[in-house]
Each structure stands twice: as structure tokens, then as C-alpha cells.
Design a protein around this ligand. Structure first.
Ligand SMILES: NC(=O)c1ccc[n+]([C@@H]2O[C@H](COP(=O)([O-])OP(=O)(O)OC[C@H]3O[C@@H](n4cnc5c(N)ncnc54)[C@H](OP(=O)(O)O)[C@@H]3O)[C@@H](O)[C@H]2O)c1
Length: 249
């Protein structure tokens, strides 16, 4: 039986790596992001990886920060695919946003994309799954959801909001046969994370994707990337003293 996965933010970084890993494992794919050309290049790579063993991926130009057009395009993508089994809300942005120093437009972009727009896409997918009586929502949050990092206030808030929403969705939708997985990466080598080598326990996007696709296939509630040591750190995240962040600035 063909299993179908739709991924937002599939044109680069973690989303692109998830798409390639899922394609290797036989998933049929729907690829969404703003840059059509990058998605077409990825589709060609997927065709080369699967060598005709899976149907060609479908593509949708989707800006998650614009919820009404994103909703229409995602619905059309689900229809083109003949239905989706898994929806991975991975699209996200980040930038430094210094509080009180003109950073608000950046904060607004982050919150609009990572929280409002992402929840809007998850709502569209949830409606699709409720109508089918089954499905699996996956939200790519971050370990930042558990922290309050200077110059990253909007990013941390966007991911904390997304994590809370995913927790509620799991309880609400579980009764209707719909699974919800929250993904919390630490540091992954992608464009969103320039100079990733400065950060502890950083992993490649390919390695992150293997862990994430394993977690999706096992319908895990939470996928931490990499699992160790971050699983040990998570219970203490709120105890990190402010002084640690002051020293890093
Ligand atoms: N890298 C890390 O260390 C790390 C850590 C924790 C969490 N994360 C999360 O992982 C997810 C993927 O990040 P990444 O590291 O892979 O970053 P990335 O390499 O910059 O990729 C971001 C992806 O999101 C898409 N995107 C951005 N804004 C969009 C919009 N408005 N509508 C549709 N797609 C949009 C981009 O595609 P287009 O430009 O084509 O639209 C791109 O495909 C994000 O949610 C990020 O917060 C990353």
C-alpha cells in the first residue's frame, strides 16, 4: 500500500532531507514551500533515488505565512495525491530579534510563519484527516520551545506556542484515530543555523531526517534530535540560569 507524506519547507534543510529519506523508504511525497524551482530540483533528485519505484512527487508553491492561500494550495495538493497519510509542518524561519531595538518586524515574521501560519496548515491537514478517519500530524518545533534565549524571544515563543498547540491536538484528535508527533531538534546544520559548529551536539540534516522519519514511522509522541544527550537535558531546560546566556552574548 502506498503511504503518502506531505512536507512543508521541503525545499531546503531538514524538510528536504526528510523528503529524500522518506522517498528512500518508499513514501509517496507532496512537497510544499515558496520556491518552486528548488522543489522541482528536489523532485528530480527523488526520482533518481527511487528509480521509478515510487510515483513522482507532487509539488505545491505554498507560503505558510499567508494562511488562506496556503489552505487552498494544500487542499489541492491533498487532492492531487489522492489523499495524505502524514502531514509534516516543518516550514520555519529565524532571525535575531533584539527587544526594544526595532526588532519587531522580524518578530512578527517569525510568529506569523512558525506559529500562526504553521497552525493554520496543521488545521487544514487535521480537517483532511478527520474526513478520512485517519492520519498523522507532525510538527517540527525545537528545543528552543523549552528555553528563553536572548535575541531569540520571538523564535522561542513561536516554538513554545507550537509545542503547546501540538499537545492539545494530540489529546483532541487521538480519539478520532489521528496521531500527533512533536519533533524537537537541537542544532542541525542548515541555512537557518549559520556557523552550526559553534553549538553543542549539532547533527547533519541527513542524520536528523533519519531520526525524524524513524519517529514518524513508529508514530512517536515526541522525537528529540539527536535523542542523546538532549533527552537527559530536557527536564532541566527551565533551570538554565540567566547567567549562562549572558556569557554567550
Ligand atoms: N536547523 C536547526 O538547528 C533547527 C533546530 C530546531 C528547529 N528547527 C526547525 O526546523 C524547521 C526547518 O528548518 P531548517 O533548519 O531546515 O531551515 P532552512 O534550511 O532555512 O529551511 C527552511 C524551510 O522552510 C521553508 N519556509 C520558510 N518560510 C516559509 C514560508 N513562509 N512558507 C513556506 N515555506 C517556508 C523554506 O522554503 P522556501 O524558502 O522555499 O519557502 C525552507 O524549505 C524549522 O521549523 C526550524 O525552526 C531547526
Amino acid at each position: 500500500m502506498t503511504r503518502t507524506m506531505v512536507i512543508t519547507g521541503a525545499s531546503a534543510g531538514i524538510g528536504r532531507a526528510i523528503a529524500l529519506e522518506a522517498a528512500r523508504r518508499g513514501w509517496h511525497l507532496g512537497l510544499a514551500s515558496r520556491r518552486r524551482e528548488a522543489l522541482e530540483t528536489l523532485r528530480g533528485e527523488i526520482d533518481a533515488v527511487t528509480a521509478g519505484r515510487a510515483p513522482t512527487a507532487a509539488i505545491a508553491e505554498v507560503d505558510v505565512a499567508d494562511p488562506s492561500s496556503a489552505a487552498a494550495r494544500l487542499r489541492a495538493l491533498f487532492e492531487e495525491l489522492g489523499g495524505a497519510d502524514v502531514f509534516v509542518a516543518n516550514a520555519g524561519v529565524n532571525e535575531f530579534t533584539r527587544i526594544g531595538k526595532g526588532g519587531f518586524p522580524g518578530s512578527q515574521r517569525i510568529l506569523q510563519t512558525n506559529l500562526i501560519g504553521t497552525v493554520a496548515t496543521l488545521e487544514v491537514a487535521a480537517e483532511h484527516f478527520i474526513a478520512r478517519g485517519r492520519g498523522h500530524l507532525v510538527g517540527v518545533s525545537s528545543l528552543a520551545a523549552l528555553l528563553s534565549i536572548p535575541s531569540q524571544g520571538a523564535y522561542c515563543a513561536s516554538k513554545a506556542g507550537l509545542s503547546s498547540w501540538l499537545g492539545a491536538a494530540r489529546i483532541e484528535l487521538g480519539r478520532q484515530g489521528i496521531a500527533v508527533t512533536e519533533v524537537q531538534p537541537g542544532f542541525v546544520d542548515t541555512e537557518i543555523m549559520p556557523d552550526v559548529g559553534r553549538y553543542p551536539f549539532a547533527v547533519s540534516a541527513d542524520r536528523a531526517a533519519r531520526t525524524i522519519v524513524d519517529g514518524i514511522e513508529r508514530r512517536r509522541k515526541l522525537v528529540v534530535v539527536p535523542g542523546m544527550p538532549w533527552r537527559l537535558f530536557r527536564p532541566f531546560a527551565r533551570l538554565v540560569p540567566d547567567a549562562v546566556w549572558r556569557k554567550r552574548r
